[in-house]
Design a protein around this ligand. Structure first.
Ligand code: PRX
Length: 647
């Protein structure tokens, strides 16, 4: 990310945008921000009045058991109620909630009334097979409306959903189900991706071998069994369409306590297996509601399109919960951006007159590479706001997005946040903040960032820290409170939340995200722990040791390079390479494949035996190596360098 350190272009919000925006000037932002910091409880209580509650809170924030914060203790509400039921009272009842397009071109439109009916039937079906409040339900679905309906149906009855991105392998599904003890899985026979059917149900069947906790599997018919006829296990499996067909069209919402668990979402960390991030009801609800409203400046006439998958946090917060609480009309698309050709996204923008478009830098870089001709074929004049998320955006891609997609008219919100934060943390406010290419700019309301050294000194460039709790903050790691404290709160003795990113502050006070400071890598916006790959490689009988590092990648942002030490005397050739790649596919998923696998007789280590990852990164980036005298055996590096150049 060196290119951002001398980027100084600045773009003021377009006056046409600012004049109608909720927050239309720097002063308006500053006033609200200062209010939110001076008296956060008053700020959040006032915002919470915009939502529906079965019972109001006794207190806004309870910090007595920090870092296990409680927001709105005493309150009772339901997320599904706020996403659906409350819109049935007014003019939004017959408004399109979901405009869905399948990859083969089939379409469906569901109004809020339709969503209510379908969610109620789904919820009643789940209840019929024994799912109840507090049960964990794993969802492994393609991007079809039933994914949103399943999430909302769980929220309605108080079941804890854990959505697993449909690119994950059977082993990954099994690990997640075992970790949280899910009793029910919702899946589909298949889903479309690049003109092929992904056989999701078969993957689930494989995942469930030897798993005792799951007694029910609900299967949506999407691919019609062709070309993957799917197995049906009597007594365990239920076709979704049969389960819901005779269900009553109403289902009462469970009255949830503010801190009742809403969902678990597994994400990668520095060590060990992915961790189940816990989000609870009231705080997450309010935070996703308010960030969606202000950061996307979401208005009743907007057509909102977030291109993420519901399997990641972006989809949870900005496809399901945030937009639906705001009664948005949104586009949902099942498949790949280049099927049947590279113009698919722009065709969709034109066809449905999308006004807000939210995507990842990796997609923007791919669009750039595919060329402007794909955009020129379509009318993109409906767009009024653009967003990016998931990884740092390089200024070149930002400028391309600004010019080619936004016609220099649309503000770009570069939103920095994480699975753990629930919603946007650092981001331009579209009508108020002048943007800079590659910069996440300023904090959202109630967020107090700091940039610190390891010792906690404030500096201009260092490690990002967040001072106060905010409503959307994670409440824990499932089954592991100690890991929660260690990972996020111990770095600065409980005084700050530690997100794991580096950052710098410029002369205007803007914050630039510089990427992770730990061993987490962002490949095409997918968060992967290098330790996860390493533990897969060492399971191979011929592998002694391995180290995986992230390196800059033109399209993916970062790519993975694996260094593998083979047990003396064993073969290391393309055959082994193929086996190792297959192991990654099987244990994690194809999206976690490394770019390259290099073999060596050893890894560079300090004399105390610590692998020098910095040096491995330098080798993988083809950089000059600095001082290698602290190495136990300097010849190891020469061998790796030679191999890297030859490969
Ligand atoms: O490194 C940051 C990067 O993505 C990480 C969080 O990944 P995940 O939990 O999967 O959530 C992604 C979607 C919110 C962060 O620690 N990241 C996310 N957004 C940005 C970003 N890096 C720079 N700029 C961003 N806008």
């Amino acid at each position: 990310m060196e290119s951002v350190s001398h980027e100084n272009r600045k773009f003021e919000p377009h006056p046409d945008f600012a004049k109608d925006a909720y927050i239309g000037s720097p002063e308006a932002y500053r006033e609200l921000y200062e209010k939110s910091i001076a008296d956060p409880e008053a700020f959040w209580a006032e915002a919470a009045e915009e939502l529906d509650w079965f019972k109001k809170w006794d207190k806004v924030l309870d910090e007595s058991e920090a870092p296990f914060f409680k927001w709105f203790p005493g309150a009772k509400t339901n997320l599904c109620y706020n996403c659906v039921d409350r819109h049935l009272k007014g003019p939004n009842r017959n408004k399109a909630a979901l405009i869905w397009e399948g990859e083969p071109g089939d379409t469906r439109v569901l109004t809020y009334q339709d969503v209510h009916r379908e969610v109620c039937k789904f919820a009643n079906g789940l209840k019929q097979i024994g799912v109840k409040k507090g049960d964990r339900v794993a969802i492994y679905l393609p991007m079809i409306p039933e994914l949103t309906l399943a999430v909302l149906a769980c929220a309605r009855i108080g079941a804890v959903h854990t959505v697993i991105f449909a690119g994950f392998s059977a082993e990954s599904i099994r690990d997640r189900i075992n970790d949280c003890g899910a009793t029910c899985v919702i899946t589909a026979d298949g889903g479309w991706r690049r003109e092929r059917v992904l056989s999701l149900k078969n993957t689930v069947d494989e995942a469930l071998e030897g798993v005792d906790s799951v007694s029910n599997v609900v299967v949506v018919k999407r691919a019609h069994g062709d070309p993957f006829p799917c197995h049906y296990k009597e007594g365990r499996d239920h076709w979704y369409h049969r389960l819901v067909q005779d269900q009553p069209i109403d289902c009462p919402c469970e009255e949830m306590d503010a801190e009742d668990m809403l969902f678990l979402l597994y994400t990668s960390g520095t060590t060990g297996k992915p961790k189940g991030i816990i989000h609870t009801t009231a705080g997450y609800m309010l935070y996703t509601y308010l960030t969606t409203k202000y950061i996307f400046d979401l208005k009743p006439d907007d057509v909102f399109w977030c291109t993420a998958d519901v399997g990641w946090i972006t989809g949870h917060s900005y496809i399901v919960y945030g937009p639906m609480q705001n009664a948005a009309t949104q586009i949902m698309y099942e498949g790949a951006p280049n099927t049947p050709d590279e113009g698919r996204f722009w065709e969709i923008v034109e066809k449905y007159r999308a006004t807000i478009f939210y995507t990842a830098p990796t997609a923007i870089r791919a669009f750039m590479k595919w060329g402007d001709k794909w955009l020129e074929k379509h009318d993109l004049s409906s767009l009024r706001l653009l967003g990016t998320v998931g990884e740092p955006i390089n200024p070149e891609a930002w400028i391309w997005y600004h010019k080619q997609v936004g016609a220099e008219r649309c503000p770009i919100v570069d939103t920095w946040w994480q699975t753990e934060t629930g919603g946007h943390m650092l981001t331009p406010i579209p009508g108020a903040t002048a943007t800079k290419p590659g910069c996440a700019t300023v904090p959202f309301f109630g967020i107090e960032p700091a940039i610190l050294t390891d010792e906690g000194e404030e500096v201009d460039a260092g490690i990002l820290a967040i001072k106060k709790p905010w409503p959307g903050i994670l409440r824990g790691i499932y089954g592991d409170p100690e890991r929660f404290k260690d990972t996020y709160w111990c770095k600065w003795d409980g005084k700050y939340y530690f997100p794991g990113d580096g950052a710098r502050r410029d002369k205007d006070g803007y914050i630039w995200i510089l990427g992770r400071v730990d061993d987490v890598v962002n490949v095409s916006g997918h968060r992967i722990g290098t330790a996860e790959l390493e533990s897969v490689f060492v399971e191979h009988k011929d592998v002694a040791e391995s180290a995986v590092v992230g390196v800059p990648h033109e399209i993916k942002g970062q790519g993975l390079i694996a260094f593998v030490t083979v047990i003396q005397g064993r073969e290391h050739d393309d055959h082994l390479r193929k086996e190792l790649v297959e192991m990654i596919d099987k244990s994690i998923g194809k999206f976690a494949r490394p770019e390259r696998i290099l073999f060596s007789s050893d890894l560079p280590k300090t004399r105390s035996g610590k692998i020098m990852r910095r040096l491995l990164r330098d080798i993988a980036e083809g950089k000059e190596l600095g001082n290698t005298t602290t190495l136990a055996d300097p010849s190891v590096v020469e061998e790796l360098q030679r191999q890297y150049e030859e490969a």
